[in-house]
Write a protein that binds this ligand. Structure first.
Ligand SMILES: Cc1cc2nc3c(=O)[nH]c(=O)nc-3n(C[C@H](O)[C@H](O)[C@H](O)COP(=O)(O)OP(=O)(O)OC[C@H]3O[C@@H](n4cnc5c(N)ncnc54)[C@H](O)[C@@H]3O)c2cc1C
Length: 485
């Protein structure tokens, strides 16, 4: 049995942000995650946009925390060394009805505290983005893009550096009252944790965790969004996210085209209620529809630009017959003191993750004294990205370590040194996907055809792993059966 003051369930953006926020205080904090790494759920499968906050109902938590999150996001990314780019965003009107929707959105945005939203006419749209169709658009200058994997990894590393203990491959299967101490006994994987507070950040499974703790009042309806990934054509085709005017009741923001921080373009997401909370497969009908809708926004995209696809699942509280958005639930349950539930954290959950964490901190501070640590370290340094350096800096790096001179991933120009750092800086980050999301190898056009074997070879030779121990994600996703010769 392990004792802790706070047990956080789930290491997505929200769980990691809560862990990092609470690590400022003198508390024993533990985070348990059912998968092998952070960002394994919805936080790794989304549009990666820092929303401005005009889409949400005034007065809702989504609006309040979303706008607050947008304002503080850039400085948090600077503090945590996470790639971030303020691109702005355009919402395109194709007819008068769309234009009316956009006018209403601007009004709603103003009520939420969003600044500098305005409509532009067809002429200005043509001047700014000649490649995009439409009769006008709305500009949101404070929308940005970022790297959600790097964000979660950074929050996790910083929280761990400040004392939070993380347990991966540890699914929570029981949450019981500790009759003797008044807190909880939580079974996660092979461990039992005794804790005063449980913070339920389990995303799609937050309803089930709440039920395990005896609060059976929530239901999450999974709603899938599928995406295409296009090659590195963002610079030549589109450098700013472009969305259609959102149609009421669809439960998403409409199929949009968004540059990623890495220079790819993504098309999506669709919006489709499904049964299975973990079914992240992509379907040919939806993919076809996505391409057709994206062509309306950006006629110059071509099928040959497509290099991959993925899907993410919204943790919706609104059932299919209702559609649209229900507000975030962030509360300590009256009927279960000590259980802080975070339910229905769908978009803009990434944008709002830091204010959500601060709200959890405030809920806790109403119950216990939070004493700040003097040695809290707010800053964290990421892995140096060789390809983003100037030629002179690259030469310096190679002089400092010849492994910077050895390219492991040719598509994304990732060096052997960066792969090694991804493996060494996080204990246990030895799965291919953990390395991928830290160093960004295997994500290019060849989808790992060139670098995967090199990474596996490095793990075997320098880190003593057997081929059959190398997994894609967690145990159960082993890539090799053994050595051939
Ligand atoms: C298609 C799509 C597009 C989106 N685009 C954006 C966007 O551009 N901007 C934005 O701000 N937001 C966006 N969002 C929303 C955003 O991705 C989510 O709000 C956010 O990622 C939620 O984070 P989370 O930590 O609550 O959930 P998750 O990332 O799902 O994390 C929950 C974690 O809990 C773990 N877990 C579950 N059950 C258990 C258990 N029993 N034991 C232990 N661990 C468990 C899971 O494995 C998971 O890692 C989008 C969402 C979708 C689906």
């Amino acid at each position: 049995m392990k004792d802790t003051d706070i047990l956080i369930i789930g290491a997505g953006a929200v769980g990691c942000a809560v862990a990092r926020e609470l690590s400022r205080f003198r508390l024993r904090i533990t985070a348990v995650e059912k998968e092998g790494d952070v960002a394994s759920g919805t936080s790794g499968r989304n549009s990666a946009v820092v929303h401005a906050g005009f889409n949400n109902r005034p007065g809702s938590l989504m609006a309040k925390l979303g706008v607050e999150g947008n304002r503080g996001f850039e400085s948090a990314c600077e503090e945590l060394d996470v790639p971030f780019q303020n691109t702005g965003k355009l919402l395109v009107a194709f007819d008068e009805e769309d234009r009316n929707i956009l006018e209403r959105l601007i009004e709603q945005g103003k009520k939420n505290g969003c600044e500098d939203l305005r409509l532009i006419d067809a002429e200005e749209l043509k001047r700014r983005l000649p490649q995009v169709g439409g009769i006008g658009a709305m500009i949101s200058p404070h929308t940005s893009i970022f790297d959600p994997f790097a964000y979660c990894v950074a929050l996790y590393e910083n929280a761990a550096e400040n004392g939070v203990r993380f347990y991966f491959n540890s699914p929570v299967t029981a949450v019981e009252r500790d009759q003797a101490e008044g807190g909880f006994l939580v079974t996660a994987g092979k461990q039992i944790f005794r804790t005063r507070f449980v913070i339920n950040c389990a995303g799609l499974f937050s309803d089930e965790i709440s039920k395990l703790a005896g609060v059976d009042r929530y239901r999450i309806y999974p709603c899938r969004g599928e995406y295409y990934i296009l090659d590195k054509v963002a610079d030549s085709l589109l450098s700013i996210p472009v969305y259609p005017a959102p149609k009421p009741g669809i439960g998403g923001l409409g199929v949009h085209i968004t540059p990623t921080i890495d220079g790819n373009l993504i098309i999506g997401p669709s919006s489709e209620y499904i049964e299975d909370k973990e079914d992240v497969s992509c379907t040919s009908e939806i993919m076809e529809k996505l391409f057709t809708e994206a062509k309306l926004l950006l006629p110059s995209i071509e099928r040959r630009h497509i290099i991959g696809n993925y899907a993410g699942i919204r943790a919706k509280q609104a059932p299919p017959e209702e559609g649209g958005f229900r507000d975030f639930v962030i509360r300590e349950e009256e009927t279960c003191p000590g259980l802080i539930n975070l339910i229905g954290i769908e978009s803009p959950g990434l944008t709002a993750s830091l204010p959500i964490a601060r709200m959890v901190r405030d809920l806790l501070s109403a119950r216990i004294d939070l004493i700040e640590k003097e040695d809290f370290q707010p800053r964290r340094k990421g892995i140096v990205r060789f390809r983003d350096c100037t030629e002179e800096e690259q030469n310096q790096l190679i002089l400092s370590d010849p492994e910077y001179g050895e390219l492991f991933c040719r598509c994304q120009k990732v060096t052997k040194r960066e792969i090694r750092e991804a493996i060494e800086r996080t204990p246990g980050a030895k799965s291919i996907s953990a390395i991928k999301y830290r160093a960004w190898a295997t994500t290019g056009r060849c989808a790992g055809g060139y670098c995967l074997a090199r990474i596996a070879d490095l793990l075997i030779r320098d880190y003593g792993m057997k081929p059959e121990e190398i997994t894609l994600r967690s145990p159960g996703s082993e890539l090799f059966r053994g050595e051939v010769k």
